[in-house]
Structures are given as structure tokens and as C-alpha cells.
Design a protein around this ligand. Structure first.
Ligand code: NAP
Ligand code: HSE
Length: 430
């Protein structure tokens, strides 16, 4: 193949980066893959929009058929987003024997397994490294560099927007809303940032990583998700005074063949490697049975970092095509899905509550925890703004989620507990 023709769906933040990279690194790319890569068509909404990159106007179209049914197009790069319509479009492209490169985690988390199977049936590649952690080659690392190992735990900051917000709230004591607006202006928040702040974007990415790491079909519904909206400046202050930093952490772990995938605000010791990841940066820690600890760090979003992953996938497709080995990605899960129950999920917890500032309060509270066999690593009490009230923060030793839920229910029944203000997972202390 002296020439490869690409149909590019989308010319926004990522699509523009892809075009720039293909133009600016054309010689190096050709040298590495042995073919010239041409853009044949670009699908956009608005053909007349001013573009931030030099393109031939003839390439632009708003008719998807000009890409997916075009016999001259070999590979589709999908960087336009969307789930259902985009799925239909890619199914059609694959049925027409076109290889796919996508950055679309929303699509892959929902329809990825089906698309992978269809691609295999048609001997096509579908590569999606850019869909998790932008410029960090984490999917590539799990499928290639760490392929020989058994992955036991993945723990990551995989959403740049929430990491940016939490960094600004912690380091500069800024409020949530204006920082979110800033993240949108900087281009890493989703068009609808709900999926960022409520943890769904991170959950989609963790689903993709868990599937690859544990070789079982874990769906989005199997992920326990909570976002960062409820984190207050007071939570951050208490966490800081106990030596922690709050981050939105995705965790996928497996023990005795049973998996658990969560995305939730998590307190990490302030010198933990993930606690030191600031602003929109992403980082993924992977623990493998043989390799031990590895950590991947870099830009999780943005035009050029994400384009780097997209174009590297594109180059792999070109190489696979030349070698005649397309459509060989792993698609069949090796194991039946098994998920941990609440009494099999062990972690530390930070619990903050408002209580009566009277004699005997502490004893009543500790009795509840003693009944559930819960012991504490740290306890802090401070006066509350409210008269005759105090605030207590407790950090437990490792307990099961069931122990936490039982204790929480029983605390609600205590007359001395006015309210449980917040509770968060604590990780990284062992
Ligand atoms: P974006 O800036 O909003 O660009 C989307 C592009 O797709 C635009 O060019 C738009 O056309 C075109 N488009 C969208 N829907 C279309 C439709 N139905 N028909 C024709 N054209 C359509 O999006 P983005 O930030 O580049 O993100 C693209 C994908 O990459 C998403 O799946 C996203 O989740 C993923 N991703 C993004 C980042 C990031 O840093 N931005 C990082 C990793 C992954 P017009 O230009 O005419 O409006
Ligand atoms: N909105 C996403 C983030 C973009 O903030 O990480 C990259 O997937």
C-alpha cells in the first residue's frame, strides 16, 4: 500500500489536532509505516465554519455516506462524539470493510464489545487508545506492554476536568462553578460537563480499562459511581488537616476472580503519587502480579495529546494492513463476569458528622462502631458554627462496605448525631 486514504469524522478539538499532526509529521509517519496517509473526506456539521487548520475545502462534507460508502476510503477516524447515531455509522463502515480508529469512550463503553466482534468478523481493526486518558498510552500498555501479566488493580485519575476543579478548590480555595467554567473554556470539559462532574466520563473509561485488564465483560451498570458536586470547602479543609488530598479516583480491582469497579471522591495521603497529579493531568497506576507497581502520567485531554494517540492507532492499522493481520484484537472475554459483594469490598473510610457537644456523645457513637467491629485510624473533633454542636471526623481502619453501611444506618438513629455530613473512601495508606 503506497497510499492509505482516511475518512475523518469530526474536525473539532481532536479532529483539528489529527489533521495538524498528519501534516506536520508527514515525513516521519511515512517513514515509519511505509505508506503515505491522505485525508480523503472530512465529516462536519457546518461546512462553512472557519477552521483552525489548513484543509482543502473539497474534503468537507456533511453527508456520512461520502465516507462510509466511499470505496476510496480505507480507514475511518471517528472523533465527532455521540453514541447511537455514531454506532450506526461505524457499523456501516465496518460492514464496508473499513478499519476504525476512535477517541469515543462514550460509544466504546456502551457498544464497544459489539463493535469489536463485528470488526473481527469483517477482519477489520478497531483501535481506541485515545478514548482513555488522552495522550497516555494506557490501553496500548494493557494490551501490549503488560499483556503477559495478571493485572490486579488499576487506580487512576482519568478525568481532567474534575482533577482541574479539585486542584483549584484545594490549592487556591476557589469555588466549584467558576472553575468548571474555566475548564470548559480551556476545552477539556465535555460539551455537557454533567458527565465529567458526576463521574460518568471516568466510569466509562474505567469500564474500558477493567474489561481489558480482567478479561471479563464488565458493563457501565457494574460501576459504582459518584461525582464531585458534594465536595465542600470544609471537606477539603478537614481532609487537608488529616494529611489527605481529595481526588476523583477510578478503581478497578480483582480478588479471587471477583472484580470491583468504582469511581468516587477518594482521600489519598498527600504524598501519594496520585495526590501529586494536578490540574487537567491524568495518571493511571497499574499493579500487576509479576511487574508490581507501574504508573503512567500525562495529559488526559486536549487537541494535540489526544491526536497523538489517534494517529499512533492509525499507524498501527496501516502496519497491520500491510502485514495482513487486521481484525485480530482480543474480543472474547476469557472469564465469566463475577463482581464482589459489599461484604467483600474492603477499604478505609473518612466519615464527617455534626453531633451534640454534650457529655456521652462520643461513647454513644463509638458503641455503634464497636457493634460493627469497626476500629479507627484517626479522629478529629472541632467546634461547629452551630451552638452546642461539634463536628467529628473519623477515619476507619479497613472495613467492608457492609460494615460502613450498617454503621451509617445505626448512626442515623442516634439522638446525639444531628447529621452525617459526608463520607469518602480513603486509599493508598498501605
Ligand atoms: P468537538 O470539538 O465538539 O468536535 C466535534 C466535531 O464533530 C466537530 O467538527 C463537529 O462538526 C463534528 N460533528 C459532531 N457531530 C456531528 C454529526 N452528527 N455530523 C457531522 N459532524 C459532526 O469534540 P472533540 O472535543 O474534538 O471530541 C471528539 C471525540 O473525542 C469525543 O468522542 C470526545 O469524547 C473524544 N475525546 C476528546 C478529548 C478532548 O480533549 N477534547 C480527549 C479524548 C477523547 P462542526 O465542527 O461542524 O461543528
Ligand atoms: N472531558 C474529558 C476530561 C476529556 O475532562 O478528561 C477527555 O476524555
Amino acid at each position: 500500500m503506497s497510499q492509505v486514504n482516511v475518512g475523518l469524522c469530526g474536525l473539532g478539538t481532536v479532529g483539528t489536532g489529527v489533521v495538524k499532526l498528519l501534516q506536520n509529521h508527514a515525513e516521519e509517519i511515512k517513514h515509519k509505516v511505509g505508506s503515505e496517509i491522505n485525508i480523503k473526506k472530512i465529516l462536519v456539521h457546518d461546512i462553512d465554519k472557519k477552521r483552525d487548520v489548513s484543509i482543502d475545502r473539497e474534503w468537507l462534507t456533511n453527508d456520512p455516506e461520502e465516507l462510509v460508502n466511499n470505496p476510496e476510503v480505507d480507514i475511518i477516524i471517528e472523533v465527532m462524539g455521540g453514541i447511537e447515531d455514531t454506532n450506526v455509522l461505524l457499523e456501516k463502515a465496518i460492514s464496508n470493510k473499513k478499519h476504525i480508529v476512535t477517541a469515543n469512550k462514550d460509544l466504546m463503553a456502551v457498544h464497544g464489545q459489539k463493535l469489536l466482534r463485528l470488526a473481527k468478523e469483517n477482519q477489520c481493526d478497531i483501535l481506541y487508545d485515545a478514548s482513555v486518558a488522552g495522550g497516555i498510552p494506557i490501553i496500548r500498555s494493557l494490551t501490549e506492554g503488560l499483556a503477559s501479566d495478571r493485572i490486579q488493580k488499576i487506580m487512576g485519575i482519568v478525568n481532567g476536568t474534575t482533577n482541574y476543579i479539585l486542584t483549584k478548590m484545594t490549592d487556591d480555595e476557589l469555588a466549584f462553578e467558576p472553575v468548571l467554567k474555566e475548564a470548559q473554556e480551556l476545552g477539556f470539559a465535555e460539551a455537557d460537563p454533567t458527565s465529567d462532574v458526576d463521574g460518568l466520563d471516568a466510569a466509562r473509561k474505567m469500564t474500558l480499562l477493567a474489561n481489558l485488564a480482567f478479561k471479563m465483560e464488565i458493563g457501565l451498570d457494574d460501576v459504582e459511581v459518584s461525582g464531585i458536586r458534594t465536595i465542600s470547602q470544609e471537606d477539603i479543609t478537614f481532609a487537608t488537616s488529616l494529611g489527605y488530598t481529595i481526588k476523583l479516583i477510578g478503581i478497578a480491582s480483582i480478588h479471587n476472580g471477583k472484580a470491583e469497579v468504582t469511581v468516587e471522591p477518594t482521600l489519598l495521603p498527600k504524598d501519594h503519587p496520585l495526590a501529586l497529579v494536578k490540574n487537567e493531568f491524568n495518571a493511571v497506576y497499574v499493579y500487576g502480579e509479576a511487574v508490581g507497581e507501574t504508573m503512567f502520567y500525562g495529559p488526559g485531554a486536549g487537541s494535540m495529546p489526544t491526536a497523538t494517540a489517534v494517529v499512533s492507532d492509525l499507524m498501527d492499522v496501516v502496519k497491520n494492513t500491510r502485514l495482513g493481520i487486521t481484525g485480530n484484537e482480543y474480543v472474547t472475554p476469557q472469564y465469566e463476569k463475577q463482581l464482589k459483594e459489599n461484604d467483600e469490598k474492603y477499604m478505609q473510610y473518612f466519615i464527617r458528622m455534626e453531633v451534640d457537644d454534650t457529655a456521652g456523645t462520643f461513647q454513644k457513637i463509638t458503641n455503634v462502631f464497636t457493634d460493627e467491629n469497626v476500629s479507627f485510624a484517626k479522629i478529629l473533633q472541632l467546634p461547629s458554627d452551630k451552638e452546642k454542636m461539634a463536628e467529628i471526623v473519623m477515619v476507619t481502619h479497613k472495613i467492608s462496605k457492609q460494615q460502613l453501611l450498617n454503621s451509617r444506618e445505626n448512626l442515623k438513629d442516634l439522638d446525639v448525631v444531628n447529621r452525617i455530613i459526608s463520607y469518602y473512601r480513603v486509599d493508598g495508606e498501605d
